[in-house]
Design a protein around this ligand. Sequence first.
Ligand SMILES: NC(=O)C1=CN([C@@H]2O[C@H](COP(=O)(O)OP(=O)(O)OC[C@H]3O[C@@H](n4cnc5c(N)ncnc54)[C@H](OP(=O)(O)O)[C@@H]3O)[C@@H](O)[C@H]2O)C=CC1
Ligand SMILES: CC(C)(CO)C(=O)C(=O)O
Length: 291
Amino acid sequence: MNVGIIGGGAIGLLIAAHLYEEHEVSLYVRREEQRDKLVGNGICCSSLPNNAKPATHLFAEQKEEHDLVIITVKQHHISTIIDNLKSEAPLLFLQNGMNHLDRLPCIPNPCLVGVVEHGAIKDNDSTVRHKGRGRIQLAAHHGIHSISNWAERLSTDKFPFLSKDDYYTMLAKKLVTNTVINPLTALFQVKNIMVIENPSIQLLAKKLCKEACQALDLTFLEEWEHIISVATNTGDNQSSMLRDIMAGRETEVDAICGYVARLPHTESPHHEFVTEAIHALEFQYHKGETL
Ligand SMILES: NC(=O)C1=CN([C@@H]2O[C@H](COP(=O)(O)OP(=O)(O)OC[C@H]3O[C@@H](n4cnc5c(N)ncnc54)[C@H](OP(=O)(O)O)[C@@H]3O)[C@@H](O)[C@H]2O)C=CC1
Ligand SMILES: CC(C)(CO)C(=O)C(=O)O
């Protein structure tokens, strides 16, 4: 397949390197400096023996002929991508959070959404550390006839894709985990395991989990058990929200806890609180004004 990948961050580099093993891959980045580095070095991915050398271009110079375009930018950059997209190919969105769902119905291209179970950290513009292996779950949003066929075409033994029937439940289940672990680890500046090991953080975690399950129509006990297993398996890691705060970057909190807080027919005061609390930290760290 001919696959376009937009965004040369942790997930974009990881997927570009793995798909390059079996497909023709074009990677689109936004900075000339990163483009030049990737054209020179290729992608060094810790889970692959050799550097991958996909064609790399600026997003502003995108080509139109792809069988699939995978969008790996963060939630707050989705609108720029959608507004400037040239390709008519099917699009696969791989964001955490659910704000992007509001934009998808207006897109004429067939659309898929996905959940990334891998963990990845970008060490520099051409190097990605593959921290936790998993799968990429895929589901059809609109205009897609056979989701299992897409999963089959993209899968390799080392890098599997899994098809799901119901995109909303797939994204909602991932959202609950992120609405609990991400803001609490960022607010208290602790590793993931503390969400269950620190009794007071655990109490807050259960409150966030209950509210999110009510708002998203999921079962509390099932999701809480899942959160315990994710916090245990990724215990020594810093969540992406904690890493964004420490680096003075904008977080995806509006698409995660903010999404839950905005859902109609239910009150989510704890999600409202953590959304604003994370914005307060973004403000302080962005200005470098911490104690
Ligand atoms: N990392 C992980 O382990 C996981 C991440 N996810 C989700 O995947 C998504 C991506 O995350 P991640 O890769 O970590 O994020 P990163 O911040 O590492 O990467 C995002 C990339 O998008 C690029 N970008 C932004 N705007 C544009 C544009 N207009 N044109 C081209 N490129 C652009 C950024 O470029 P620049 O460098 O120039 O800013 C950056 O390289 C997020 O929604 C995240 O929640 C999900 C599961 C795991
Ligand atoms: C599951 C979790 C919390 C793992 O760190 C994650 O997805 C993130 O950090 O964004």
